[in-house]
Design a protein around this ligand. Sequence first.
Ligand SMILES: Nc1nc2c(ncn2[C@@H]2O[C@H](COP(=O)(O)OP(=O)(O)OP(=O)(O)O)[C@@H](O)[C@H]2O)c(=O)[nH]1
Ligand SMILES: [Mg+2]
Ligand SMILES: [Zn+2]
Ligand SMILES: [Zn+2]
Length: 423
Amino acid sequence: MAKLSFTCPFCFERIKSDEIEYRCHNGWCPGKEEEDAKYSEYIGAGATLKLGHVVQSQTRRISLGVPKPVMCDKCGQPTLRICPHCHNTLPDSTVLGADNIISIIGTRSAGKSLYITVLINELMTRIAPAFDASMQGFVDMSGLYDANKLYRDTKYSTLYDKQETLPQTMMNQRMRGAGDQDKTPLVYRFAYVQDRLGRKDDFTLAFFDSAGEDQQDAHMAATVMRYIAHSKGVIFLLDPLQIPEVLEQVESVTGKKSTSTGTDGGVNVAPNVVLANMTALIRQSLGLEGKRKKIGIPVAVAFSKFDAVQPIIPGQLTLQQTSPHCDSRAFVQSDAQNVDAEMRSLLQSWGQQSLLTQIDLDYKNFAFFALSSLGFGNEPDSGQKIKRPAPHRVEDPLLWLMSENNLLSNASNGSNPLSAFRR
Ligand SMILES: Nc1nc2c(ncn2[C@@H]2O[C@H](COP(=O)(O)OP(=O)(O)OP(=O)(O)O)[C@@H](O)[C@H]2O)c(=O)[nH]1
Ligand SMILES: [Mg+2]
Ligand SMILES: [Zn+2]
Ligand SMILES: [Zn+2]
């Protein structure tokens, strides 16, 4: 069934179904080399690219609420749906399925790029299968976009094949232009295998590797704000080593300087300042600036680099154990509650009471998490070399947000092996 409106996973603009445009991808079409200013602008290409003919939305026909395929008015061949704002091809799961953009934000060196890289790999190989689902990269039939290739080239090959950490994500280059592909969202379709009742849920997951606080480029800043505004949940990554007490304790226990701290001029910004900046950004994105109203989107406050902090964490904590959700094939609420409570008391013991108070004042629905993208005993060496990532609890924030959005069922006692989903 066609929906009334949805969010473009490339530019994050809201689109009404009757605004969709259509591109012909027939190689013999007389209109196959039309200048496309919108797409060229999106990727930041220096010159205007020539692409397939675009059929405007007016020619679209609807039959019983289901859009009929639109044929090219120049050659009569079928077309692909494209976003009227950025002219990227729209995945079927975006047009037909639920919108589920989960935004991942954080300051410089918080660990966003490593987290996205590892999370996607884990989703494809372990997490989705545990929930009887599959995750597939979106591949545009017209050849403009291939999530699998983009993921491999910009992320996987460095971290998993070369086994090196990723370079700092650049902000001042526009989207895919100037050879920088970092800024194009990684777009996936998450689809459940049909359950016994014949239900089949399908949605788009878009990962956009943005440096939250970098706002010099107005075009990018606007994209980041739309990304947050239209997301169903926010994963807010914080670097625990930016807490002075934590860094001191870790360095005194291990007797060496941590290699996981930010390399950004060595400037450490206190987490409550980082949080205040992010809150301002989220408020601005949602049109809530200057208002006392609490932020309604669920926010997972996730501390990254748990491996580096582990030496100062008591061994018996739930945080230290492997995440149970995938094995239980459901979201285990009791585990998430323990993790949340443990993180709160750790934050208090690290002198971060003000962070807790601040979050309470600004957010309606939030929970604390801790994770490691690289895994235990895998701190980057001085040359930023690592072993193959063996992550710890990277799925927790995402599964919590999915559970808050009713995309997973809750097994409070961890025993719900059958249908793990409800909708
Ligand atoms: N020990 C440890 N270090 C990590 C982990 N994740 C990230 N780091 C360290 O933090 C650095 C920054 O990680 P990135 O993922 O590149 O951070 P980012 O948020 O994308 O940073 P920018 O692109 O600069 O905004 C890495 O080079 C590692 O040194 C982790 O799970 N464990
Ligand atoms: Mg990065
Ligand atoms: Zn778009
Ligand atoms: Zn055509």
